[in-house]
Design a binder for this molecule. Structure first.
Ligand SMILES: *Cc1c(COP(=O)(O)O)cnc(C)c1O
Length: 384
């Protein structure tokens, strides 16, 4: 059919299915406000849960890092990109989360892809929660291992899959707090079942780290489980970007030999790691931010429950408002924008068909007045 025809038709199909995705140019972003296409909005769509992306200590640390170490790492870690600040930060993360080792990755997406590619072989199986993040599911679909998905947050469904025979190794994967539903995984049950079958458990805690658990150590710490592989990311509550994998000494040694993402990709700039070190300190000392966020969540839910529409059962910063129909989700998001609030409309395939939603995210940076504005806008938009 030819390249041009192939890509044109694929785009036409996307549009026809109502799944076309638009990007919007952001001209300015503060902790709770955002300017898009020249207009200012209250931002209820970011994952900057603690408001750290704008914190002066973090910005200063990044600037000082640049002054000291320059802009880029210059090479992959296996060549000459493994800087002493990286070694130091990896150790700080490992100590903080109670693991022997931590390995830094450029992003959470890269970390999930890298782990699956490095670990899984033919005959192995990946058993994933149905709502697991695309980065892991895609990697799993491309790997020689088989992929089975279990009903969301249903340990008995996992148990049934585990009970069927497998000649190879088993990797069970779940998120800590689910990115589109905002609910927590039953991690203790998942870990118990996985261990019974000599499998390994991978938990991606992109939305839990920094926010839940004592000192912001995340969902696993909160539920007193220690998965064999813990993925944490720094683009959300940490306010920067990047990710780390926490694991045993033996697994770290293996990954350093077999993760192509670590070997053939330029290392994270040391200056960015300086910013991450500042973010870690702010997270560790961040009880006040977490309390403010918890207050905002309670404040929002108490008032939102009286509104028409169906708010999902979530006590995290992610408060999904399910509307079902794709077009209605888009129309509601547009109506909210007209009323000065920026909220993301999430449609399939990001979420299951028929469960299009507004993904409202709260931050410690919001105040009650701003949440009142959102509630008013929601009430108007849903009623209109
Ligand atoms: C955001 C996210 C990722 C991707 O992390 P990045 O660092 O943004 O690439 C991975 N897993 C989950 C669950 C996420 O929400």
């Amino acid at each position: 059919m030819g390249w041009q025809q192939r890509i044109t038709e694929a785009c036409q199909q996307r549009r026809a299915a109502g799944l076309w995705r638009e990007r919007h140019q952001v001209s300015q972003r503060g902790a709770s406000q955002i300017a898009i296409d020249g207009k200012s909005y209250l931002n209820f769509s970011s994952n900057d849960y603690l408001g750290l992306s704008q914190h002066p200590q973090l910005l200063t640390a990044w600037q000082q890092g640049i002054a000291r170490y320059g802009a880029g790492a210059g090479a992959s870690t296996h060549v000459t990109g493994y800087h002493h600040v990286q070694a130091e930060f990896e150790q700080q993360l490992a100590d903080w989360l109670g693991y022997p080792r931590a390995l830094l990755f450029i992003s959470g997406f890269a970390a999930n892809q890298a782990l699956v590619a490095a670990l899984m072989a033919s005959g192995d199986r990946i058993l994933a929660d149905r709502l697991m993040h695309a980065s892991l599911l895609e990697a799993a679909a491309q790997s020689p291992a088989s992929l089975r998905r279990f009903a969301h947050n249903q340990p008995p469904a996992l148990a049934r899959l585990l009970a069927s025979p497998c000649s190879g190794e088993t990797l069970v994967v779940s998120e800590g707090i689910f990115s589109m539903d905002g609910d927590c995984a039953p991690l203790a049950d998942l870990q118990h079942l996985t261990r019974q079958h000599q499998g390994w458990l991978l938990v991606d805690d992109a939305h839990g780290i920094g926010v839940s658990g004592e000192g912001g150590r995340g969902s696993c710490w909160q539920q007193q489980v220690q998965p064999d592989l813990l993925v944490v990311t720094f683009g959300k509550a940490f306010g920067v970007s990047g990710a780390a994998v926490l694991c045993s000494e033996a697994l770290a040694q293996y990954l350093l030999q077999f993760c192509r993402h670590l070997i053939y990709s330029t290392a994270m700039p040391p200056a960015q790691i300086c910013a991450l070190q500042a973010a870690l300190l702010l997270v560790q000392q961040g009880d006040e931010y977490r309390q403010r966020l918890q207050h905002n969540i309670r404040y929002f839910r108490q008032r939102a429950l009286t509104l028409p529409g169906s708010l999902m059962d979530s006590d995290s910063a992610i408060q999904p408002w399910v509307v079902g129909d794709d077009d209605r989700a888009l129309a509601l998001a547009a109506a909210l924008r007209q009323r000065g609030c920026w909220v993301g409309a999430i449609r399939p395939p990001t979420v299951p068909a028929g469960s299009a939603r507004l993904r409202i995210t709260l931050s410690a940076a919001h105040d009650e007045r701003q949440i009142d504005s959102l509630l008013e806008a929601l009430s108007d938009a849903a009623g209109g």
